[in-house]
Design a protein around this ligand. Structure first.
Ligand SMILES: [Zn+2]
Length: 195
């Protein structure tokens, strides 16, 4: 009975810096807001847990190119770029998980350096639904960690978009998630799409 399975929704990093106009904008990243808002409402209406992760970096971290890492400066704690997209559903029942706080790590996954796994286990969650930004980094790593930690995972292809540093990164990430055991729900082309 799949209906009796305890589920949670994980909304990954739908923050200003990852949306059009942000410092690390994902093409059409803001398109994930509408489907994720609908799902968050459905989960909350059923009394199921909803988590939002946020990239929450210190001003200096080796994650940023200027300090030896990969990325332009983005989602620095307490800046406008780190705020959730203005249209993303806000609700006191949603738990925010801050990640990427460690200045010596990338912190792509919502499980990395956080208590997300412990919280899900404490709530008896068996299956997690994951969407957000970006397909080829934080969504992928969150999905892979969820699978490793023993959760069944639905990767919400209609509700994720890719950075695509290389044009096929998003498509590769979808395939990697599928091969790891996640179920890809929806249109994988959207998940892989970007520019
Ligand atoms: Zn980051």
């Amino acid at each position: 009975m799949s209906d009796s399975k305890k589920k949670a929704l994980i909304v990954v990093d739908v923050q200003n810096d990852f949306c059009p106009g942000g410092s690390l904008a994902v093409a059409r990243g803001d398109e994930v807001v509408t489907p994720l808002n609908k799902l968050m409402k459905e989960f909350l209406d059923r009394g199921e847990p909803v988590y939002k992760t946020r990239d929450w970096h210190p001003a200096q971290t080796k994650h940023f190119a200027v300090y030896g890492g990969t990325w332009p400066i983005h989602c620095v704690q307490n800046t406008a770029g780190a705020e959730f997209h203005a249209d993303l559903l806000d609700d006191p029942r949603i738990t925010v998980i801050s990640k990427g706080i460690d200045e010596s790590a990338d912190g792509y996954s919502g499980f990395d350096g956080t208590n997300l796994g412990e919280r899900l286990r404490n709530e008896g969650v068996q299956e997690v639904w994951v969407g957000g930004l970006a397909t080829d980094y934080c969504v992928k790593e969150t999905v892979l960690d969820a699978v490793r930690q023993g959760f069944e995972v639905k990767a919400l292809a209609d509700a994720m978009r890719a950075v695509n540093v290389k044009p096929d990164d998003g498509a590769k990430a979808v395939e990697e998630m599928r091969q790891a055991g996640a179920e890809i729900v929806g249109n994988a082309k959207k998940a892989a799409g970007g520019s």
